[in-house]
Write a protein that binds this ligand. Structure first.
Ligand code: LLP
Length: 423
């Protein structure tokens, strides 16, 4: 499960870099990303999509570190963004604006204007109100925007309720009926070329069937729209491919099967295909390196208190997500049951309950695995804990890709209310 864990003898390495030495140099908590693993995933996806007119738009939200984005750009990928901030990061990292698609239910006029100014490829539109806004902003700027309708296929992705997006009751997308109306009205919106369909049913999807159902629905809609004389130049199949957090528990969809399902659903479609995976590309490339602050023997339970907390990795507290936890030291030590927790003052600041691990002591290094996606990207400074450092490693070398936040940076912008203004 450890990314690119090549043989380092007694030591634990990621992509040829000894984690013990890295932690001594850069401190903990530390997010570590294997570039080799990222590139391998990118190549696997490219191979699965070979022969299709396909563009991979990496979902920036999974891991927006500029070094990760630059690597994606280098792999020829575009970006799926959901904010002006993600737009700026993507452009900074060298992602071609024509390869950027903009998703999300809450795009503002300013964000739309900024994206148009940057010349992004396409907007995935989620409501009539947004479509009208896109028309107005594009007209005011004297531009023409390409847009896809995000269709809600009413499919159960079989994932955690907080990350399922494809059911009719979710806030995402519109019904096929409404999509039809938008196409029928296209003449009313001369600054929007509505020529695409978009679907995304949820995240950490571990079965092929929900994908197949959603793709079939979108393919049928595309065929019918084409038959009615509308242009469909692009179908965006979204992201959602799940990964293995837990050995012998999570069985991810094979990327080849995923691509075959897509090919089958879209057989006969002559336009461009977009996919927007986030997690699948980055999750397994990352580990969170953390040190044991102390072992606390409670009245009922034994707590392993780490220097990482829910502000560094929210997934366990937010979704009850399971992450493998592995001390770096001797697996020969006797095994003990711990609640693995952080220092934040909430009971929810728990990485694992009743986890059996080799006995740990103060100062030991522990790694939390599969944290490359939705780890650092969801971090906060809760409890006034500075954002952790991030490092990229590749074949025995490392690069700091985000230095640990300083306290003064955390305080920047704040001040006592001395300078009162009349409102
Ligand atoms: N496209 C759209 C429109 C999305 O909303 C998302 C994710 C993706 C693509 C990428 O999905 P992926 O391939 O990564 O599954 N914080 C949660 C996951 C939230 C996903 C949100 N949308 C977690 O830690 O599980």
């Amino acid at each position: 499960a450890v990314p690119e864990a090549d043989d380092c003898g007694e030591r634990t390495c990621v992509d040829g870099v000894d984690l013990e030495a890295l932690a001594r140099r850069l401190g903990t908590p530390l997010h570590v990303y294997s570039a080799s693993r990222l590139r391998r995933r990118a190549a696997e996806l490219r191979a699965a999509l070979a022969g299709l007119d396909a563009l991979v738009c990496y979902a920036v939200k999974a891991n927006p570190n500029v070094a990760v984005l630059a690597l994606m750009a280098d792999e020829g990928f575009g970006a799926d963004i959901v904010s002006a901030g993600e737009l700026r990061r993507s452009l900074c990292a060298g992602i071609a604006s024509s390869r950027i698609v903009f998703s999300g239910v809450g795009k503002t006029a300013d964000e739309i204007a900024e994206a148009l100014a940057a010349g992004i490829g396409r907007f995935n539109v989620e409501s009539r109100d947004e479509l009208d806004l896109l028309q107005r902003v594009a007209r005011d700027r004297g531009q023409v925007a390409h847009a896809s309708v995000r269709v809600n296929p009413d499919v159960d992705a079989g994932t955690h309720a907080k990350i399922a997006t494809g059911k009719a009751e979710n806030k995402f997308g519109v019904e096929p009926n409404e999509a039809w109306q938008w196409f029928a009205e296209h003449a009313h919106r001369p600054n929007v070329v509505l020529d695409g369909l978009h679907v995304h049913i949820g995240s950490q999807v571990l079965e092929l069937a929900p994908f197949a159902r959603a793709f079939e629905r979108i393919a049928v809609l595309a065929r019918d729209l084409l038959a009615a004389g509308h242009a469909i130049a692009c179908i965006d199949a979204g992201g959602g491919l799940g990964v293995r957090y837990r050995e012998s528990h999570d069985v991810p969809v094979d990327v080849g099967d995923y691509a075959r399902t897509l090919r089958h659903a879209l057989r006969g479609f002559g336009g461009r295909l977009i996919v927007e995976p986030g997690r699948w590309l980055v999750a397994e490339a990352g580990v969170l390196l953390t040190r044991v602050i102390r072992v606390k023997h409670g009245a009922r339970r034994r707590f392993l208190v780490l220097d990482a907390a829910m502000n560094d990795l929210q997934r366990p507290s937010l979704y009850d997500a399971w992450h493998a936890i592995e001390p770096l030291h001797g697996r020969e030590r006797e095994r003990v049951v711990y609640d693995v927790v952080g220092p934040v003052c909430e009971t929810g600041d728990t990485f694992a309950r009743a986890r059996e691990l080799p006995r740990c002591e103060e100062g030991d290094l522990v790694m939390i695995e599969t944290t490359g996606a939705y780890g650092a990207s969801m971090a906060s400074t809760y409890n006034s804990r500075p954002l952790a450092a991030e490092a990229m490693v590749e074949r025995g070398r490392y690069a700091v890709v985000r230095r640990r936040q300083h306290f003064d940076e955390m305080l920047a912008g704040e001040q006592p209310a001395g300078d009162w203004q009349v409102a």
